[in-house]
Design a protein around this ligand. Structure first.
Ligand SMILES: [Zn+2]
Length: 161
C-alpha cells in the first residue's frame, strides 16, 4: 500500500534493520523520542506508525512474547487496564463513533509483528471504511503522528492511571 504522506518512513526503515530484531522491544526500551504513549507495570502503549485512523494505538507486553496463551494473569490484567486508559484518552480527544480492539495472532491472521504480541485499538467513524484504500490503493493519513502523540499523551495524563 502506498503512503501519500510519510516523512517519518525513511527513519523507520533505516532503524528497523540491523539495530534490533524486534520493533516493539526496541520501542519498549526507548524513552520519549519514540511513539510511546503510556506505560503500565508490565505493558506499554504506542502509536501505530501506519495508522488506519488517527489515534490507532497498539498495546503490548514489555516482554517479548508471541503467544497470547503464554501471558500470565497479571500481565493480561495490566494489558487490559492500559487498553481502557487508551480508549478513554482517544474518546476524549477524537470522539470516535466506535472502536475495533483486538489481536491479530500469527502472520496468517494479519499480524505485522508476529513475534511480539500486541493489541490494536483502532478508533472508527461512520463512513471511514478505507474509502481511499478501496478505490485507489492509497491511504491518506489525516494527522501527523507527532500531533496525535502530543494530544493523546496529554489526555492520558489527565485521565490518570
Ligand atoms: Zn519483542
Amino acid at each position: 500500500m502506498q503512503e501519500l504522506f510519510a516523512p517519518w518512513r525513511f527513519a523507520y526503515v533505516s532503524n528497523a534493520g540491523a539495530s534490533s530484531d524486534c520493533v516493539l522491544c526496541a520501542a519498549a526500551g526507548m524513552g520519549d523520542e519514540t511513539l510511546t504513549l503510556a506505560r503500565g507495570e508490565r505493558t506499554f502503549a504506542l502509536l501505530n506508525r501506519f495508522p488506519y485512523t488517527s489515534g490507532h494505538t497498539m498495546v503490548a507486553p514489555v516482554a517479548h512474547v508471541a503467544d497470547l496463551c503464554e501471558l500470565d494473569a497479571a500481565t493480561l490484567a495490566d494489558l487490559m487496564g492500559l487498553v481502557q486508559r487508551v480508549v478513554r484518552a482517544v474518546r476524549q480527544v477524537y470522539q470516535p463513533h466506535g472502536f475495533n480492539v483486538g489481536f491479530n495472532l500469527g502472520e496468517a491472521a494479519g499480524a505485522g509483528i508476529a513475534d511480539h504480541l500486541h493489541l490494536h485499538v483502532v478508533p472508527r467513524w461512520r463512513g471511514d471504511t478505507n474509502f481511499m484504500a478501496v478505490t485507489a490503493d492509497v491511504r491518506v493519513l489525516p494527522e501527523d503522528l507527532s500531533v496525535t502523540r502530543a494530544k493523546l499523551r496529554r489526555a492520558l495524563e489527565v485521565t490518570g492511571g
